[in-house]
Design a binder for this molecule. Structure first.
Ligand SMILES: [Zn+2]
Length: 155
């Protein structure tokens, strides 16, 4: 009882600061590279999307997940909605069709001077969804190097 009261007591400045620091506040229209990102577990996504159909509110739709590198696409299949299933993507697209997390991961690895094979090995040990090294080299030659060169020449 005593312990519980202490945990909920934000009268202490340090406790208040800690609670404020952990609160996420993002201004509207923030760019995708600047917004916070999170690690999400399969089971928690499944429990959320299994609750009810997000289109018609009917109970317990079937849920399927499809991976595209670091992005997951969740689709609800509902008896009532049939073909008009509800679909949700975990990341916004950049350049029209590339999941932002995939391009940002490639950019971050290049900027950090890190090794893509080591980074992907960390992801593998963690069970984190990721792309292949081939995608990293494609992003590098198609987007990253041209962008860096363009910036260098205009600077
Ligand atoms: Zn439905």
């Amino acid at each position: 009882m005593e312990e519980e009261a202490e945990e909920n007591d934000y009268g202490n400045d340090e406790e208040l600061n800690r609670a404020t620091q952990n609160t996420i506040s993002v201004p509207p229209n923030v760019k995708c590279q600047d917004e916070p990102k999170f690690i999400v577990f399969y089971s928690t996504l499944l429990s959320l999307f299994s609750l009810f159909c997000f289109r018609c509110k009917k109970d317990k739709p079937t849920v399927k997940m499809l991976r595209n590198g670091t992005m997951v696409t969740v689709t609800q299949y509902c008896d009532a909605c049939q073909t008009k299933s509800f679909t949700w993507r975990s990341e916004p697209f950049v350049f029209g069709r590339y999941p932002a997390g995939n391009i940002l991961l490639s950019f971050a690895v290049l900027m950090a001077g890190a090794s893509i094979s080591k980074v992907l090995l960390v992801f593998k040990h963690m069970g984190l969804a990721a792309y292949t090294p081939r995608s990293f080299f494609y992003h590098q030659s198609r987007f990253l190097i041209p962008t860096i060169l363009m910036y260098w020449e205009s600077y």
